[in-house]
Design a protein around this ligand. Structure first.
Ligand code: AHR
Length: 518
């Protein structure tokens, strides 16, 4: 059986246990195929998305040079330090829906001369443009991340795109490069990724796929990919299961793109009008959340199938450049600011998705969680000069060794459980060989009640030592609160035992476990 088939089997094969109303211990066996290394796991799988939305940029990243909050050139030091610590590889900016109304010229030049606009997509809030191209590039450079710039296709034209690109990357003496220099940046910015439009089927212009493909080709003609502009061109991709979009766009414009995006949000109820609460939820909501989030597997398979048809050499990457949980906003907050709390559930959701992405890295080359700070499934929440690192942040931290690792097939059959009426596999898992030569195994236990005893046959791997970390808490909706010791943070994992060629992991309910095997 091919490695890919093995991996799919791992994802799909389940055994119905007939419900698990009571806390218990589930058992499962896994086989590690260390002698059959798979595709590289790009570090960009662990990317971020930061939009001009609510307090995502203003307060979250940008506090201004005169702020009492410690900052470097107006950018929060605490946030940069935290993001460096999880090795953020790429940040997508400025949107989102915001991108297709954004005029780059509003955000360059002296800050006190920049125009104020209305952020029509997100609560009508004032957009001061204090944070523009130079500030974003500075932020990315401080974090050590690559910039991924989404350009305005929906309400702009190819000239505006071409000029923005020239402004950012031209090394020459042309007027746009000189303008950049006059604005404080001598050498060109490093811009490895440029998205052409965002959600062009919706907020980015309400286009049909055939129309978008034509427009995309027109913009591509003026993109001028060359020695100065080496950016990967990313086409605006489908909404969730709209496979026809991916089919038409890759068929009609595939040769002009390096990647196409895909957006999928986890909404517990599946209903935009009443999505479900971020905290104070019951087991039924937990079960629904995981049932929804695990659809990512099927979603990727469907889009990859049409891409394989239109691009059999797998030249075009699939970038899941918006994903994550989307709940009802916190009561009393601006509904347009998408501010939600982040609990243990979100940390486990993140890990479950990482395990899925890592099984498809021959096609999935980047993902960007929505969104980095104060918006949707955030890594960081800020309040004045305080920050909180969320359970999702810690999931990213635990999975950092998977960046630029090599996938190792892990053949595993997870028991199926019933959580408040939703049938889901109790856990999912993935494995890889890290850059440091160690083998990493990660497990997301999605059962709110049951621990899992996982026996891993290590096969060709001669393991000598194992160590790891676990992320869990007493309560399903445990949060990390401002000014308090984090309730959900990685702790040393004591449940690993090596015996001969067998590794046994005792994984607590509702947890994320990552172990390193030497
Ligand atoms: O992440 C919030 C919004 O969700 C983005 O602006 C948009 O692209 C998507 O609909």
């Amino acid at each position: 059986m091919s490695e890919i088939k093995l991996l799919f089997r791992a994802a799909l094969a389940t055994v119905v246990l007939g419900g698990s109303a009571f806390a218990g211990e589930l058992t499962a066996n896994a086989t590690l195929k260390a002698d059959q290394p798979g595709a590289p796991i790009s570090r960009y799988i662990y990317g971020q998305f930061s939009e001009h939305l609510g307090a995502g940029i203003y307060d979250g990243v940008w506090v201004g040079t005169n702020s009492k909050i410690p900052n470097v050139r107006g950018i929060r030091t605490d946030v940069v330090t935290a993001l460096k610590d999880i090795h953020v590889p790429v940040i997508r900016w400025p949107g989102g829906c915001f991108a297709d109304e954004y005029r780059w010229r509003d955000g360059v030049g002296p800050r006190d001369k920049r125009p104020s606009r209305k952020n029509n997509w997100w609560g009508g809030s004032p957009e001061t443009n204090a944070f523009g191209t130079h500030e974003f590039m500075d932020f990315a450079e401080q974090v050590g991340a690559d910039p991924y710039v989404s350009i305005n296709m929906g309400s702009s034209d190819p000239t505006e795109m071409r000029e923005w690109i020239e402004y950012m990357v031209s090394p020459g003496d042309d007027t746009l490069a000189q303008e950049r220099r006059a604005n404080g940046r001598d050498k060109p910015f490093n811009v490895p990724f440029i998205g052409i439009g965002n959600e062009s089927w919706g907020c980015g212009g309400e286009m049909m796929p055939e129309y978008y493909a034509n427009e995309y080709r027109r913009f591509s003609a003026f993109f001028h990919k060359n020695d100065d502009n080496k950016a990967a061109r990313v086409a605006s991709g489908a909404n969730a299961f709209d496979v026809n979009w991916t089919d038409v766009v890759t068929k009609n414009a595939g040769r002009f793109m390096d990647a196409i995006s895909l957006h999928y949000y986890t909404i517990p109820t599946g209903e935009w009008s009443k999505k479900g609460a971020a905290t104070g939820f019951d087991k039924a909501a937990w079960g629904k959340t995981f049932a929804q989030t695990l659809r990512m597997e099927d979603l990727l398979q469907k889009h990859i199938a049409v891409m394989d048809k239109n691009d059999p050499t797998k030249r075009i990457g699939l970038y899941v450049d918006e994903w994550g949980t989307w709940y009802d906003v916190e009561p009393g907050t601006n509904p347009g600011h998408l501010y939600q709390m982040n609990t243990l559930r979100d940390g486990v959701v993140a890990a479950a998705n990482f395990n899925i992405f890592q099984r498809h890295t021959d096609r999935v080359k980047m993902t960007n969680i929505a969104q980095t700070i104060n918006v949707l499934q955030a890594m960081i929440l800020t309040r004045g000069d305080q920050i909180v690192l969320t359970p999702t942040y810690y999931a990213y931290k635990m999975y950092a060794p998977f960046q630029d690792s090599t996938a190792i097939p892990l053949d595993v059959t997870a028991p199926e459980i019933d959580v408040g009426g939703s049938k889901i596999p109790a856990f999912n898992a993935s494995a890889a060989k890290g850059k440091d030569g160690k083998t990493y195994i990660a497990v997301a236990n999605m059962s709110p009640d049951d621990s899992v005893k996982l026996s891993v046959a290590m096969g060709a791997l001669k393991a000598k030592a194992v160590s790891g970390q676990v992320l869990t808490a007493e309560k399903m909706d445990a949060v990390n609160a401002f000014g308090a010791k984090p309730a959900v943070a990685p702790a040393p994992f004591k449940g690993a035992k090596l015996s001969g060629d067998k590794l046994t992991l005792d994984i607590p309910s509702k947890s994320v476990v990552v172990v390193a095997v030497d």
